[in-house]
Design a protein around this ligand. Structure first.
Ligand SMILES: Cc1cc2nc3c(=O)[nH]c(=O)nc-3n(C[C@H](O)[C@H](O)[C@H](O)COP(=O)(O)O)c2cc1C
Length: 188
């Protein structure tokens, strides 16, 4: 199907594994709009997920998972035509590697490909506070066409759980990715 999305989800070792979990859950629910979801996790992403969520449920998703050094993954090449890449959460390390074109793992290579092909890169960057190095890397990625979508939840929907709070970030990511989902809209 021409208009169904081919999405890469990269999960790195920043705090906020809940954002990755919610995004995968949402993509599962939005399967009619999605052709393929390829997932790649860094080692620290798995460690942080286990620590913060207390499980290894990333093993349970029926998506195509690729090892972090698997350059045979389709989205390691522009020819596979993945149209969107979401890095959630995005560590400052991953951000730096991408900003400087250091394609030495599948995550940084896939982001390099998305940017060179002028497709959509969404980086859910997470750290606080931010150094000038982090800010400069965000600027470089923005200038290269990527979208920095900070893991910065909003409170104006009056979320009543951690999950609902985290979903405010994931809803913005889903909007940015061009997927249709009913979610809270201010004053709608
Ligand atoms: C529990 C935990 C939380 C972390 N939180 C962050 C974070 O919020 N932001 C960040 O940039 N790095 C964070 N780190 C450090 C990264 O995991 C580390 O820099 C790692 O090398 C990132 O590599 P990756 O991008 O390949 O996952 C955290 C590490 C742990 C163990």
């Amino acid at each position: 199907m021409q208009n169904k999305k081919k999405i890469v989800v990269a999960i790195t070792g920043a705090s906020g594994a809940i954002y990755a979990k919610l995004l995968l859950d949402n993509l599962k629910a939005l399967h009619q709009q999605v052709d393929k979801v390829g997932v790649v996790m860094s080692d620290n992403a798995k460690e942080v997920w286990r620590y913060e969520l207390g499980n290894d449920d990333y093993n349970n998703y029926d998506f195509d998972f690729y090892a972090k050094m698997d350059f045979n993954a389709p989205f390691a090449s522009g020819s596979a035509k993945y149209d969107t890449m979401i890095i959630v959460p995005c560590s400052m390390g991953a951000l730096g590697r991408i900003a400087h074109g250091i394609s030495n793992d599948l995550i940084s290579r896939a982001a390099d490909v998305i940017l060179k092909e002028r497709r959509k890169l969404i980086a859910v960057a997470r750290d606080t506070p931010l150094s000038l190095i982090h800010l400069n890397n965000m600027k470089i990625i923005t200038e290269a066409g990527g979208i920095i979508c900070p893991a910065s939840p909003s409170f104006y929907s009056l979320p009543n759980s951690i999950e609902a709070l985290a979903q405010t970030v994931v809803d913005r990511v889903i909007d940015l990715a061009g997927l249709e989902k009913s979610s809270y809209r201010w004053n709608d």
